[in-house]
Design a protein around this ligand. Structure first.
Ligand SMILES: Cc1cc2nc3c(=O)[nH]c(=O)nc-3n(C[C@H](O)[C@H](O)[C@H](O)COP(=O)(O)OP(=O)(O)OC[C@H]3O[C@@H](n4cnc5c(N)ncnc54)[C@H](O)[C@@H]3O)c2cc1C
Length: 406
């Protein structure tokens, strides 16, 4: 039997494409993944306000907010160890990927999409220069179109450019003291221009990780030992809080693949999307929002061809154009941010928090990191010698004083 569309990979990109095809009423769509679901994915599991907008469009906003841990505030630690605290108007959410990805797949199934887990795609089937299906699980599955959403290690991407990556390493801890509803982003000199993070997943569980460039300026793989850098990061920033904490499972490492100009994301018969097409943010490493949005664009493009509204060529061009229009400026902004983060700018802002100009710059930087509008209220020094807030302590006072510094 020939499918109308096969989607390879049921991460946020592939599953969002499936949901969009279901919403558009496209029949005979197959979503496949090498893993059975629910499955774990190495990820900070942070859903930005932008991501939540797409999630609402996909129809699972209520479930995600109900199961996720809401975030209203962000503490930025500068390379010079000063701190700035800001509050978001619109909450972000942390939801473990195992749960989040499964919610999306269940939503796709509810809309009539066939899902097959535990089915690894080995190759694309081509005929006369056109993709006409997928070889998977020993079978040749034929389809009019294929959407490739197989993530950072994509074996199907045909982008010939050398890969640019962020190396990330992370772990999970319970009984870890943190300020409720607050993300921490730490711009440590050892990670420059990237950062380490603490994301609370529940009232008692956090994930902590670091990200650093996977290549040097000439594109050669960096030889730094990420594990050693992470150990030092934990010692430098969390030694006191780790004493009573209990680590859950092992540390997990994974690359994040990014680009600035989205290119070679289509070929006759197929579209590449999400991280398989390198559509992630080069400084924050955010990729869930980009995967879902490019997934909905790919779903729309394929639906337009199946519905006879557009030729495949026009629909594929439209897909690349929509992706570039939505993401390129942010990716260029990411490079500007990388440059700014290598200068003492962030430290200068934190020192002179009373200057309205510097508060405005902080607002712009924090908003681009958080992907949403940040609210400034009163400014007040943050007392680093005071003990870390316990998970049970009320945070009303801290939230009232949203821009702080030592
Ligand atoms: C440590 C770390 C922390 C991160 N934190 C965040 C964060 O907090 N917020 C955020 O927005 N982003 C974060 N990211 C980035 C984010 O995880 C990815 O960009 C996002 O998952 C990309 O979605 P995707 O659907 O394109 O690919 P993926 O989520 O990687 O999904 C790809 C799917 O394809 C399947 N697959 C792969 N190959 C095959 C095959 N041959 N056959 C069948 N199936 C296949 C896989 O099993 C997988 O389910 C983080 C990344 C890392 C590494």
């Amino acid at each position: 039997m020939e499918h109308s569309i096969i989607i390879v990979g049921a991460g946020p990109g592939g599953a969002a494409a499936a949901v969009r095809l279901g919403q558009r009423g496209i029949k005979n769509v197959l979503l496949l993944d090498r893993d059975d679901f629910p499955r774990a994915k190495t990820c900070g599991s942070g859903l930005s306000p932008n991501a939540l907008k797409v999630i609402d469009e996909l129809g699972i906003g209520a479930e995600v907010r109900q199961q996720g841990y809401p975030i209203h505030s962000l503490i930025l630690t500068t390379p010079g160890r000063r701190q700035i605290q800001l509050r978001t108007e619109q909450a972000a959410t942390i939801l473990l990927r195992e749960q989040f990805d499964n919610l999306l797949v269940e939503r796709a199934k509810h809309l009539g999409i066939e899902f097959r887990g535990g089915m690894k795609a080995q190759a694309l089937v081509r005929e006369g220069g056109r993709v006409v299906g997928v070889r998977a699980g020993g079978e040749e599955l034929r389809s009019k179109h294929v959407l490739c959403a197989d993530g950072a290690h994509s074996i199907f991407s045909w982008d010939p450019r050398p890969k640019r990556t962020i190396s990330a390493l992370m772990g999970w801890w319970e009984n870890f003291a943190f300020e409720p509803g607050t993300l921490e982003m730490i711009f440590d000199k050892n990670l420059s221009p990237l950062y380490g993070w603490l994301f609370p997943e529940t009232a008692d569980r956090v994930n902590i990780g670091i990200c650093m460039d996977g290549e040097d300026a000439s594109g050669n793989k960096t030889t730094r030992n990420v594990r050693q850098v992470f150990d030092r990061f934990l010692d430098d920033h969390f030694a006191d809080r780790l004493i009573k904490a209990r680590q859950i499972g092992k540390l997990k490492g994974h690359p994040i693949s990014y680009c600035t100009w989205i290119k070679d994301a289509t070929t006759p018969g197929a579209i590449y999307l999400g991280e398989g097409a390198r559509i992630t943010h080069n400084t924050t490493g955010e990729g869930i929002f980009q995967a879902m949005l490019s997934g909905t664009y790919a779903g729309d493009a394929a639906a337009d061809v199946v519905d006879g509204k557009l030729t495949e060529r026009a629909a594929w061009q439209g897909f690349e154009w929509r992706c570039r229009k939505r993401f390129t400026l942010g990716f260029i902004g990411g490079h500007a941010l990388r440059w700014a983060l290598k200068t003492p700018l962030l430290d200068g802002i934190a020192t002179a928090y009373n200057s309205p100009l510097k508060q405005a710059i902080t607002w712009a930087i924090a908003s681009s990191l958080a992907g949403s509008t940040m609210t400034e209220q009163k400014a007040r020094p943050r007392n680093r010698s005071s003990p870390s807030p316990s998970p049970t302590r009320s945070t009303t006072t801290q939230i009232d004083h949203v821009i702080t510094s030592t």
